[in-house]
Every structure is written in structure tokens, then in C-alpha cells.
Design a protein around this ligand. Structure first.
Ligand SMILES: Cc1ncc(COP(=O)(O)O)c(C=O)c1O
Length: 461
């Protein structure tokens, strides 16, 4: 019998949760069921997902920021279809693949000239590992500085510089020599740099957890201080890069010149795992310093031709459709609408972000009855209010969002950058409906929050 992937999907679609419970991650499947995220999606196109009944969902999660171009962008898809029909020689390994060279050339055109060499990875975390190794090797210094509440991935090196500490539990001891410093605090950075043993300082220009924008002035000071003290200034653009922030790279707002930039997520249009670390030429030379050491850092799937083809097509689309500018325009529109809602709904405490990476932070309301509800659920756990907003956005309005980190009353909007003005209006309309409900206590949103609180208590017991 021949293999038929279409028939297989058709026959088994709907068993998703049961299969995951049995074979992959029962705890995650349970979470999905608990919060009503146990949907079965059958199709994705542009910024939308569709379930088996053909209902459309507005995806404001975008695979954690992978689908900047939306799902199945026709140009990227066609590039891959064309590529597959070519029977191209991929992963020969002992050759110099054309498409990797071309993608490196295209990436460099879009970055400061000092960033001269490109190392391709298969994920964001692998890019971070690469940056850590390169920094230590190039400077021959042991320490890495990172910010409180940062997120750089979950492999050992990346986890060692991830400031969200709950990720570490059970996995310690981590990499030695990694020191957290407060975010947006240049003097704390200088104090550590002055010890003259720091290989590099790594920072997300917009922290994904909580959505905190690093002020331009801070980034400029940080870059300058790193230079002064001989440490490398490493920018993690895994989530913020490739148009998300309203510029191709978020660090460009500040005008700094990083020594290394790490990208991943959106680089292949959501089709193939890929990432890249673009480094200063002299840093790269110190790592790959001789013929003996020319593969001292490498990985089997690095430079895979499918990933490279998709990357080339993605960069083309980002330019041709002026995607960063579009993200900026629609992000501004979204923020204007949210500011208007903030005037009317006291739970909205702060709006943060750039382009289409937006955080909405909720805070303790002033009015007495709402305050009672807020205090009740926060006695059990932080972050439940944000979750109580995310749940009805999906169940009642078919909008997929997320809380911006564990225990945070912040929801994060991370849509495809190809959403329309109508999508922005639809989100604002639905969000207002949910907020309105949260303004009556007791009411449906507080019921959701109470249900979550009960689950949290049960888990603790
Ligand atoms: C800023 C940042 N760095 C690194 C990573 C790790 O990337 P990956 O999940 O591909 O390993 C992420 C993932 O969300 C991220 O947001």
C-alpha cells in the first residue's frame, strides 16, 4: 500500500489530544483541555486558522512569532514547491551549498557592515548556544551577563541566561559564569563589566516575557559600555527580528551596532526550522581560526537547502511587501485603539511594545467591587486575570492569544504581520466585549478566574 499523508490526516484528525496524552505530553494536553484550548485546527492561511467545521480563528500567537508572513505565504510556498521538484543536492556536508551562501549574502545586506559572517542554526536556542560559545572563544573570558526576566531558550546554555527562573527548577546546576543584571540599568551593567572578565552581554531589544521594550538610550549605553570593557554586545532578535517590531530588526530603533545578532523563528516563513547568528568578522575568525578548527562548531542540519530556500523567499517578501512598515502601521493602529479602551476600562494598567509585539498589562482596579474580585483571585495565584481574558477571547470570539509569561497579568499580541485593518478592528471589538464582562463582578470573567483559581489550589494540594 502506498503512503498517503492526506488520507492519514483525514482518517485520524480529531485524535490529536488523545495521541498527545498517550505519547507526547499528557500535562500539556491537560492544560489545553482545562483552558478550552483543545481545538482541532484543520487548516491555516495567512493570519488565520480554521477548524474542521471551517470556523475561522484570528491567530494572535503566530506560533510564538514564527508566522510573520502568515501561514503559507504563496511566495515562500512556491519557492519550496519549486525547490522540491528540482531534486537538489542538500546536506552533502563536504561541499559549500549555494543557497546558504546566498542567504548569508542577503542577511548581511540588511545589517551593519561590521557584521560579516553568518552561522546557520536550526532554532533560536541553538543560535544562543552559538553566541555564548563564540563570545567565550573570541574573548577568552568566562562570564556572560543577561537581564532579569529575559528568555533566550531552554537548552542548557540558553537556560543559564534565561532570567525567568521557574524554567530552571529541576535542571540545575547550570552553566557557570552567567550573571543576571537588572533590565534597563546601565550602572549595574557597568559594575559587572568593570570586573574585566565578561565575554558578552546579551539582551532582547523587547523582552518577550512581559513585553518590556529596552529603551534606545539604554541599548546605546550598553553597547558603548561593552565596547569600553572589551565584552561583546549580543542582541537576541529571535522574536523581535524580521519585521515584528516595525523595523527589520528591533535594535535599529536605537542605532546601535551589535557585535552579534541572533535570529530564528520567522526566517523560513514558518516552514522549516532555521536560525542564524551574524557576527563581527574578527569574532568569527577567532572561533574558526585555522583549517583544523573549521568545523569546531557545526551541526548536521545547519545550512539545509529547504531552510535556506525558504529564508531567501522570506527576505524577498519582507522587502517586496514592505512588511516591517506594515507592522508599524498596524501596531500603531492597535495601540491607538487600546489607548482608547484604557480610558474606559480601569483594569488596563499599561500598554507596551513596538510594531506588532504588544503587551497589555492588567492591574488592580480602583472600584471596590472589582478590587474584591481581583484580590480574591490574586490570593491564589498571579496571572489568573490575564488567563481569564485569554480564555473567552478564544472560546467566544475565536481569537488565539497568550499570557506573556507565567504569573503575569499581561496578555501578549503577536499576530502575523499581514493582518488587515479589519482584523485590528475585530480584535478591539471582541476585546472590549470581554473587558465589559470583566467590569461586572460577579460576572462571567470572574467565574472563569475563579475556576482557574480552584484548579490552581487543587494542583497545589
Ligand atoms: C528571544 C528568544 N530567544 C530565544 C528563543 C529560543 O528559541 P527556540 O524556541 O527556537 O529555541 C526564543 C523562543 O521563544 C525567544 O523568544
Amino acid at each position: 500500500m502506498s503512503f498517503n499523508i492526506r488520507a492519514l490526516i483525514k482518517a485520524r484528525l480529531g485524535e490529536n489530544l488523545a495521541l498527545h496524552e498517550a505519547h507526547i505530553n499528557p500535562a500539556f494536553a491537560k492544560v489545553l483541555r482545562t483552558i478550552g484550548f483543545d481545538k482541532v485546527y484543520a487548516r491555516g492561511a495567512g493570519p488565520y486558522l480554521y477548524d474542521r467545521e471551517g470556523n475561522r480563528y484570528l491567530d494572535f500567537l503566530a506560533g510564538y512569532g514564527v508566522f510573520n508572513l502568515g501561514r503559507h505565504h504563496p511566495t515562500v510556498r512556491q519557492a519550496l514547491l519549486d525547490f522540491l521538484s528540482e531534486e537538489a543536492p542538500t546536506l552533502v556536508k563536504m561541499d559549500a551549498p549555494l543557497l546558504a551562501g546566498l542567504l548569508a549574502e542577503e542577511l548581511k545586506k540588511r545589517l551593519p557592515p561590521s557584521l560579516d559572517k553568518v552561522y546557520f542554526t536550526n532554532s533560536g536556542a541553538e543560535g544562543i548556544e552559538t553566541a555564548l560559545k563564540f563570545a567565550r572563544c573570541a574573548t577568552r573570558r568566562p562570564r556572560i551577563l543577561y537581564c532579569d526576566h529575559s528568555f533566550h531558550g531552554l537548552s542548557y546554555g540558553a537556560l543559564s541566561i534565561t532570567g525567568e527562573s521557574w524554567f530552571r527548577e529541576g535542571f540545575e546546576p547550570l552553566l557557570p559564569g552567567c550573571t543576571p543584571i537588572p533590565f534597563n540599568d546601565a550602572s549595574a551593567l557597568e559594575k559587572e563589566l568593570a570586573k574585566n572578565d565578561v565575554a558578552g552581554f546579551i539582551i532582547e531589544p523587547i523582552q518577550g516575557k512581559g513585553v518590556h521594550v529596552a529603551p534606545d538610550e539604554y541599548l546605546r549605553s550598553a553597547a558603548e559600555l561593552c565596547r569600553k570593557h572589551g565584552a561583546l554586545f549580543i542582541v537576541d532578535e529571535v522574536q523581535t527580528g524580521l519585521g515584528r517590531s516595525g523595523k527589520l530588526f528591533a535594535f535599529q530603533y536605537s542605532g546601535v551596532e551589535p557585535d552579534m545578532v541572533v535570529i530564528s523563528k520567522a526566517l523560513s516563513g514558518g516552514y522549516v526550522p532555521v536560525g542564524a547568528v551574524i557576527t563581527r568578522g574578527d569574532v568569527h575568525e577567532k572561533v574558526f581560526s585555522s583549517m583544523d578548527r573549521c568545523v569546531v562548531h557545526s551541526s548536521t542540519f545547519s545550512q539545509g537547502a529547504m531552510a535556506m530556500a525558504a529564508g531567501l523567499a522570506t527576505l524577498h517578501v519582507l522587502d517586496a511587501e514592505n512588511i516591517p512598515e506594515r507592522a508599524r502601521r498596524l501596531g500603531d493602529l492597535m495601540i491607538a485603539g487600546l489607548l482608547d479602551l484604557q480610558k474606559r476600562y480601569e483594569q488596563i494598567q499599561e500598554l507596551r511594545g513596538r510594531g506588532l509585539m504588544i503587551g497589555i498589562e492588567f492591574g488592580r482596579p480602583k472600584s471596590l467591587t472589582l478590587k474584591i474580585g481581583w484580590d480574591l483571585i490574586h490570593k491564589v495565584s498571579d496571572g489568573l486575570f490575564g488567563q481569564a481574558i485569554v480564555i473567552p477571547l478564544l472560546s467566544e470570539h475565536r481569537i488565539l492569544t497568550q499570557v506573556a509569561g507565567k504569573g503575569k497579568d499581561v496578555i501578549k499580541l503577536l499576530p502575523a504581520l499581514v493582518i488587515s485593518e479589519a482584523d485590528v478592528s475585530y480584535f478591539l471589538e471582541c476585546f472590549e466585549t470581554v473587558l465589559k464582562k470583566s467590569h461586572s463582578f460577579p460576572g462571567p470573567i470572574w467565574e472563569v478566574a475563579t475556576r482557574l483559581a480552584k484548579f490552581a489550589l487543587k494542583r497545589r494540594e
